[in-house]
Every structure is written in C-alpha cells, then in structure tokens.
Design a protein around this ligand. Structure first.
Ligand code: NDP
Ligand code: OXD
Length: 309
C-alpha cells in the first residue's frame, strides 16, 4: 500500500516533504518519479493530468487536495466504486471568510475605484456604503458558506443563504431549492457564490440570475469559473444593473491576457487565492483517511458521486 501525489504545480515537493515527515512509515511518491504503480492505493490529487488515474490498478481512494472535486469528475474513466474525498478544514473555511470579508469591505468603501483614481492622480471622493445597508446572499451553505455566514453576522451584516436543503443558522434565513431562488436573489445586495461546480450549477451566474438581483448589486465568485457566464456578467455591469464584481476563479487559469476582465474598472480579479489548502492543517486528515483505508474503516469527508459534491 502506498500514496502517490499528483499535482501539476510547484507545490508537489512541499506536499511530499511534509507528508513524508509526518508519516515516515508510509511509502509516498510524487507521480513524476519512478514508482511502483501497482502498490498505490491512495492518490492525492489537484488538477491531475487527464486519464492518469487509470495507471493505478489497485487504487482504493482518490483524495482532493482541496475542497472542490470538480476536476476529478472530469476524468470519466474513474470506476464508481472508488471513493473520492475532499478537504473540510476550519483553516480553509476561516481563510475564505477573511477573503470574502476583505472583498466586501473593499466594495463598500470604493477601494478598488480609489486605486484606479490613484494611478491617474485623480482626487474623487465617492459616496460609500455601510455594513448596516447591506444584505449578503450566500449561494452554497456548506462547509465554507456556513462559516462565512457566521463570520459576516459577527461583523454586523444581514446574511441570507441558499442551498438545496433547508438549514438552521442563527440570525440568518436559508432558502432552499429552485422554488426559493428568486426570493433569495431579490434580497441579495452582495451575492457570494460558494457552490460546488456540478451539472446543475454550471453557468448559474448568468443574465437570468443577474436580472433578479437588486439594482447596483455586487457579485463575488470564489467558487469556480465554470459557474459564471463571463459575457453575461460584462453585459450586466456595463448596462449599470450590477455595480461590479470580485472574481477569484476563471474558466481558464491563469486568466488569458486578452480577457476583458483584466482591464475592467469595476471588476476586481485575484489569482485563485481566496483560500488555499494549508499543508499543516490538511496533512493529518489525508493521513487519517489513509490509515482508515488500510484498516477497512469508513473514510471521512467522502463526496456523493451522484450529487457531484
Ligand atoms: P460543500 O459541499 O460543503 O457545500 C456546498 C453547498 O452548495 C451546500 O450547501 C449545497 O447544498 C449547496 N449546493 C450544491 N448544489 C446546489 C444546487 N444545485 N443548488 C443550491 N445549492 C446547492 O462545499 P464547500 O463549502 O466546502 O466548498 C464550496 C466550493 O468552494 C468548492 O466546491 C470549491 O469549488 C470552492 N472553493 C474555492 C476556493 C478558492 O480559493 N477560490 C477554496 C476552496 C473551495 P446542501 O447543503 O443542501 O447539500
Ligand atoms: C479548493 C480550491 O477547492 O482551492 O480547495 O479551489
């Protein structure tokens, strides 16, 4: 039994080093080195190359290095009996809350516009908004959305949520399902997308949805680029219905240089950094699942294959 790490970024060595340090008794390989493929039972992956998982005949589990698993489902060849796990971590949730709070405050106080003014040496005081003026609507009330709701409420925001199933969150109202979606949207001055990317949620941030938001709403997408129809967002910002957007995730990452989001004055972009899996915090949960796998016990944080999240 052994672990392979598959990720196509510069972090592969640091994850391997940290895993080996915490579990010197386990054989742990980078997929880039020579390794015995038939020994691999756990693949820890982040945006793995297409079809690579086929190479491991005795694979028993695929673990995402992040909260999202959409990139794993892109590989249609993964047998249904192999469980998929994901990261559910308070550090990841805390980081996401801090990031979204920063974007919201930046919008309320016009900080993005002042940066643009500064570069042009323009002195242009603008009207600002207050926390008490705003209702934040969170689409996706899972591990990250719920923590965000609690943190925003602590900071004085009115918060509402939307999910597939009803939830009890103190001082917040959570709408459920398609029948309650438009009521939820009509109350959201700031809309935060924290949905998983599935067949049902692909392209959900589109003109039809933007039309339901109050005038001058702000849209924050920290989930996946595939949730957003880029042209629809541009249309609704340019026609004045939306005040702007904060985007951390894109259809193609890095965002291609010619994409209009780069230069749009009302769009704040960041390079998929809202909340990044913390090595120290995530490694114990990867190893715990590995041990459970070897002992034949049920795994933590498994994904529902039917739902896709
Ligand atoms: P969870 O699986 O814990 O939560 C998902 C939530 O979305 C649930 O509340 C679920 O409803 C709801 N949901 C799913 N499908 C629908 C639908 N069709 N209609 C309405 N609600 C729906 O996910 P996490 O909170 O852990 O993570 C969310 C996403 O955030 C990840 O999938 C990932 O893509 C993204 N992410 C982005 C990061 C970044 O740095 N930008 C970092 C980490 C994650 P219910 O509760 O009823 O099932
Ligand atoms: C994740 C991410 O899904 O970083 O964890 O996007």
């Amino acid at each position: 039994m052994a672990i392979v790490i598959i990720r196509q970024d510069r972090k592969i060595d640091s994850w391997k080093k940290a895993l080996v340090a915490k579990a010197p008794d386990i054989s742990i390989y980078s997929y880039l080195e020579e390794h015995p493929k038939e020994e691999i039972t756990l693949a820890c992956v982040w945006k793995q190359p297409v079809d690579i998982l086929k190479q491991y005949p005795n694979l028993k589990c695929i673990a995402s290095f992040g909260a999202g698993v959409d990139f794993i489902f892109k590989d249609q060849s993964i047998p249904k009996h192999i469980p998929i796990t994901r990261v559910v971590d308070p550090v990841l949730a805390g980081d996401m809350s801090e990031f979204v709070l920063a974007l919201i405050l930046s919008f309320l106080k016009n900080l993005n516009s002042y940066k643009t003014d500064q570069l042009k040496k323009v002195w242009n005081p603008r009207e600002y908004k207050r926390i008490s003026d705003i209702t934040v609507g969170i689409m996706g009330m899972g591990a990250l959305g719920e923590e965000l709701a609690v943190d925003l409420i602590k900071n004085g925001f009115k918060v509402i949520g939307w999910a597939t199933s009803p939830k009890e969150i103190p001082e917040s109202e959570v709408y459920a399902g398609d029948s309650e979606k438009n009521t939820f949207l009509s109350r959201s001055n700031i809309l935060v997308c924290l949905l998983p990317l599935t067949q049902q949620t692909t392209g959900i941030l589109n003109s039809k949805l933007f039309k339901e938001l109050p005038k001058q709403s702000y849209v924050i997408n920290v989930a996946r680029g595939g949730h957003l129809v880029d042209e629809d967002l541009l249309e609704y910002i340019n026609n004045g219905h939306l005040a702007g957007a904060g985007l951390d995730v894109f259809h193609e990452e890095p965002l291609p240089c010619e994409h209009p989001f780069w230069t749009h004055p009302k769009i704040q972009i960041t390079p998929h950094v809202a909340s990044v899996s913390d090595i120290e915090s995530v490694i114990p949960q990867l190893l715990e699942n590995y041990r459970k796998l070897t002992e034949g016990k049920p795994l933590n944080n498994t994904v529902n294959r039917e739902k896709g999240y």
